[in-house]
Design a binder for this molecule. Structure first.
Ligand SMILES: O=C(O)CCC(=O)C(=O)O
Length: 317
C-alpha cells in the first residue's frame, strides 16, 4: 500500500485498452516494474539492466536477417500421430509444425492478442520470476505490456508462468487452447494433477528476453506454440558438451541475449558438428516440438534450446 496502488480506484479494471494502459500514471508503472526487478535480481543495480546496451546495438535485427532456418517445417494435416512419433519423437529431432492451432479460440476468436488480453486480464498478475527464497514474483498484465513496449533493458523480464491455469483470475485462459494430437502421450499424468511437476507455461516477452541454453527438466519433451511475434531458437544434438554450450564465464552472464551475442557466434564456426547450432526463427502460428527421448543419454544435452523473442511474443509451452 506504500504508494496507494492497492486502494486507488482503477478505471481500467473492466475492459482496459492499450491506449488507456499507456496513459496511466507513469510513476506507479515504473515503481511496479522496479519492485519486480529488485525482488528477482536484488543485487543488480538499476543501471546494470542496460549496461550492454543491446537495445541500440542492432543485434536483434542482425539475428533476424542472418539466423538460418535449419529446423524442418511440416504441415500438421500431412502427418499421422504414428508417423510423427516415429520420425520426430523417437528420432529426437526438433520440428516446426504449422497449422496446429488455427482452431484454438486463442487464435480463431482472437482472444490472445495483446489488446484482447488487456480487455480481459489487465488487472491479473502473471509470474515474471522468483525471488531468492523461491517465491514467485508477479506483475499485473497492464504494467507488463507497457514494459514490453517501452523497455530498453538488455535482458528484459519475461512472463514464464506455470500456474496461470490454476489461479482464479486467469484460469479461463486454459480453455482458449487445446492439447495438439501429437503431444497427448504424457507419463506424468499418471501421478495425478496435484503431484505432477509444472507442465504448462504461458510465456510472454519483449525483444531480447528469453531462456538461456538449457535442457528441460526430468527428461521431458516440450512443444512451444507461438501466437504472435517471432522467436529465435538454437538447439543442439545429444552429445554436445555442456562446457561448450554454456561456457562458464562468458560476457553478459547467463542471459539468452548474452548467449546469442557471445556464444552463438563462436559455435557457428565449430568443426565439431555437435556444436553447430540448429536454428530456426519461429513465426506466429507455428509450434516447435523438441523430443528428448534418447534413452542411453539421459544426462547428456539432448537438444538444448536457447530462445529469444525477436519481437513481442505471447506463447504457450
Ligand atoms: O519459450 C521459451 O522462451 C523457452 C521455452 C523453453 O524453455 C523450452 O521449450 O525448453
Amino acid at each position: 500500500m506504500a504508494d496507494g496502488d492497492d486502494y486507488a480506484f482503477d478505471f481500467l479494471a473492466a475492459g482496459a485498452t492499450l491506449g488507456g494502459v499507456l496513459a496511466e500514471d507513469r510513476g506507479r508503472f515504473e515503481r511496479r516494474i522496479a519492485r519486480a526487478k529488485a525482488k528477482e535480481y536484488p543485487r543488480r543495480s538499476p543501471e546494470a539492466w542496460t549496461k550492454a546496451n543491446y537495445a541500440a546495438s542492432g543485434l536483434v535485427d542482425h539475428l533476424r536477417e542472418t539466423v538460418p532456418d535449419l529446423i524442418p517445417r511440416i504441415d500438421a494435416a500431412s502427418m499421422s500421430e504414428q508417423e510423427f512419433a516415429n520420425v520426430y519423437e523417437r528420432g529426437s529431432k526438433p520440428v516446426v509444425v504449422c497449422s496446429l492451432m488455427s482452431t484454438w479460440p486463442a487464435v480463431s476468436e482472437g482472444r490472445w492478442t495483446i489488446e484482447a488480453l488487456l480487455r480481459t486480464h489487465a488487472e491479473d498478475r502473471f509470474k515474471v520470476g522468483e525471488d531468492d527464497d523461491g517465491y514467485a514474483v508477479y506483475v499485473k498484465l497492464k504494467y507488463f505490456v507497457r514494459y514490453m513496449l517501452e523497455t530498453k533493458d538488455d535482458s528484459p523480464l519475461y512472463v514464464f508462468d506455470s500456474s496461470f491455469a490454476e489461479r482464479e483470475g486467469t484460469r479461463a485462459l486454459r480453455s482458449d487452447y487445446a492439447l495438439p494430437r501429437f503431444f497427448t502421450d504424457d507419463l506424468f499424468k499418471l501421478v495425478g494433477e496435484r503431484r505432477r511437476p509444472p507442465y504448462r507455461w504461458l510465456v510472454l516477452g519483449p525483444e531480447r528476453s528469453g531462456s538461456y541454453i538449457h535442457i528441460d527438466p526430468l527428461g521431458t519433451s516440450a512443444w512451444n506454440a507461438l501466437l504472435a511475434g517471432h522467436k529465435c531458437w538454437a538447439c543442439f544434438p545429444p552429445g554436445a558438451p555442456k562446457e561448450a554450450l554454456q561456457p562458464p564465464r562468458h560476457e553478459g552472464g547467463r542471459e539468452a541475449i548474452a548467449w546469442w551475442a557471445h556464444v552463438y557466434p563462436m559455435l557457428l564456426d565449430s568443426v565439431d558438428p555437435h556444436l553447430r547450432p540448429l536454428t530456426v526463427i519461429q513465426r506466429p502460428g507455428e509450434t516447435i516440438a523438441m523430443a528428448q527421448r534418447s534413452a542411453r543419454r539421459l544426462s547428456a544435452p539432448s537438444c538444448a534450446p536457447s530462445t529469444l523473442p525477436i519481437s513481442v511474443a505471447p506463447a504457450l509451452k
